[in-house]
Design a protein around this ligand. Structure first.
Ligand SMILES: [Zn+2]
Length: 350
């Protein structure tokens, strides 16, 4: 569909009663599909209430293309919309109710934040508090209290700040990136991050170090202040924000030997439990696509005492969804209307 036509339809839907109608419809039914194809009778009743889990990472006050995040004002609008139209619930509470055979509202939604960025405390927390709604933050515990940084953030920072004017990257097929303009630096960053994402963790970290050396960047300045501290985490916990585990160093677990993956999961759980003095029941698989975990990892997460695990596989959940493979919805939308309409539409299509 043409971009501007879609945007007009989105606005019409958002500003009329149509969105409300779609929402109520989505609480009752979803599209009837088999093997990915729409099939008669086209709509089918939810067998149990469907609930959505929203994924957030970073929030920002000033847009920085090297460190993408949702604008704080837009986040505030989204939360306001969700509070007015949905039952925003604590994810652990939803899971507990499902485990106990209790009902959840038809329009339940849970908010989650991955990785443990400091803006979750500085920007998101005051908004969550003012609306008095819960959320779950999945912590990469090795990065709390300035003890480490995500490899992708290091690369983004280095390419953004290096004094070098070109970069050679790659082993067999080397690529030369000019770094004269912001645009060129963004292209270099995105290409490198995309290429490294699927590599085994140790290899990825070694290449990151080599790249930083090449770029002659040895300090990360204010990037060190981009992750949460345990103090901030405790302050949020005191006001009802919940914390889940997201490993120690954020590797793609399916690319690690199982023993090593188990250690990553367990040590992040134990670190949070020791700091917060309460059991950690939820886990988020790093990166979280279907290829990033497997049945052995789900079994490990369950054996280590978690009640549920979330992925980044798109979709809506019900009480019948595998509790260790919960789906989420990440909505990177430029305005409230498209967020609201897509959020609603995605429930209808599951
Ligand atoms: Zn993550």
């Amino acid at each position: 569909m043409h971009q501007s036509l879609r945007s007009i339809l989105t606005q019409v839907c958002f500003r009329s009663g149509l969105l409300y109608g779609l929402q109520r419809l989505g609480d009752r039914v979803h599209l009837h599909r088999r093997h990915g194809r729409l099939e008669f009778p086209y709509l089918t009743n939810w067998r149990a209430p469907g609930f959505q889990i929203l994924t957030y990472h970073r929030l920002t006050k000033r847009r920085d293309p090297f460190f993408a995040g949702i604008d704080v004002e837009l986040f505030k609008q989204q939360v306001g919309f969700l509070v007015r139209n949905y039952a925003v619930m604590d994810l652990a509470e939803i899971v507990r109710r499902l485990d106990d055979g209790q009902a959840i509202p038809r329009n339940a939604v849970a908010l989650t934040f991955d990785d443990g960025y400091r803006d979750n405390y500085e920007l998101a927390f005051p908004i969550l508090e003012s609306f008095q709604i819960p959320a779950t933050v999945f912590l990469t515990t090795g990065f709390v209290n300035r003890e480490g940084l995500l490899w992708n953030d290091k690369i983004s920072y280095a390419v953004k700040h290096t004094r070098k004017k070109c970069l050679t990257f790659g082993c067999q097929d080397t690529v030369h990136f000019p770094l004269h303009t912001v645009g060129e630096r963004l292209v270099a960053t995105r290409t490198i991050l995309f290429q490294l994402l699927h590599d085994p963790h140790a290899w990825k970290l070694a290449l990151t170090d080599a790249l930083l050396k090449d770029l002659d960047v040895h300090d990360f300045g204010d990037l060190w202040d981009s992750m949460l501290t345990w103090d901030q985490i405790r302050r949020m916990k005191a006001k009802g924000i919940r914390f889940g585990a997201h490993t120690v160093t954020h590797p793609i677990l399916s690319r690690l030997p199982l023993e090593e993956a188990r250690r990553e999961i367990l040590e992040s759980k134990e670190a949070i439990e020791a700091e917060l003095n309460e059991p950690v029941e939820l886990f988020a698989f790093p990166v979280g696509r279907a290829a990033d975990f497997n049945s052995n990892l789900k079994k490990t997460v369950s054996e280590l005492g978690f009640r549920a695990a979330v992925t980044t596989i798109f979709g809506t959940n019900t009480g019948e969804t595998d509790r260790f493979q919960l789906r989420r919805v990440g909505l990177d939308e430029p305005d409230l209307a498209s967020f609201a309409v897509k959020h609603c539409w995605y429930k209808l299509v599951m």
